[in-house]
Design a protein. Structure first.
Length: 246
């Protein structure tokens, strides 16, 4: 069982059908994506799910013939908008497994009716799998650095701010996981003078709109509760922003 993309490789769709002499009694499907946030131990998770029941309808749909390719490929639209499908295996009563593919439509795209039929059967439980990430993988996945660095304040007023939605969180400089926020930074007021020291912070990478350089953006979750873009005057974080990152 491979880790889902983007941590693992992008999975190809097999073209095999279910063998005539193979009688499944269970199926295992795997989440097509890993969890959105990284845990304190630098791991992400995905789940494998087991399904049991009568697979006759699912096998019939998986073994359908593929459609002939269309004479008008321009009508197929943008393939990149398609959802990633679950990986899945069928298991027989002897513990043997097979991994069939999907028949394709006239555009050459998979027809997922067989997978949908499997997921309509009885759920027989789920198993969590955790994957350890390196610091570089966390950065590639979350666009934040899991190594603490203090913010650097400046005096220049910040006129616009563009930042990612995933932050690395720290407690007393120790990495404690990532959090996602949908809150914006537009309209935050300048922060007043404050000497309180923050012990919990969240940081991400932002691109300076003036220099096009990558800089650190820090949100203090306690203490003065400021938003600090490296080299700029601090802004005051809103209650909603702080709450979304805790």
């Amino acid at each position: 069982m491979r880790a889902p993309y983007p941590i693992g490789p992008l999975q190809t769709t097999p073209t095999a059908t279910v063998p005539d002499d193979f009688v499944p009694v269970a199926a295992v499907t795997c989440d097509p994506h890993i969890s959105d946030n990284v845990a304190a131990d630098r791991t992400v998770s995905f789940y494998a799910h087991r399904w049991e029941g009568d697979f006759s309808r699912a096998v019939k749909m998986l073994n359908r013939s593929s459609a002939h390719k269309t004479w008008f490929p321009g009508s197929c639209g943008d393939n990149y908008s398609l959802a990633v499908l679950d990986q899945f295996w069928l298991v027989d009563d002897r513990g043997r497994a097979t991994r069939p593919g999907h028949p394709s439509d006239s555009c050459g795209l998979p027809k997922p009716g067989g997978l949908a039929a499997i997921k309509e059967l009885t759920s027989a439980g789920s198993t969590e799998h955790r994957i350890a990430l390196s610091d570089d993988q966390i950065y590639e996945f979350s666009h934040c650095r899991p190594t603490y660095r203090p913010a650097t304040t400046g005096t220049t007023a910040l006129t616009s701010l563009s930042a990612g939605s995933v932050f690395c969180r720290f407690s007393s400089t120790e990495f404690v996981g990532t959090s996602s926020t949908t809150e914006t930074f537009d309209g935050l007021p300048p922060a007043p003078d404050c000497d309180a020291v923050a012990t919990e912070v969240a940081s991400t990478v932002n691109v300076d709109n003036l220099t096009n350089e990558e800089r650190l953006l820090t949100v203090e979750l306690d203490g003065c509760r400021r938003v600090i873009a490296d080299g700029y005057a601090p802004l005051q974080a809103s209650d909603d922003l702080v709450a979304s990152l805790r």
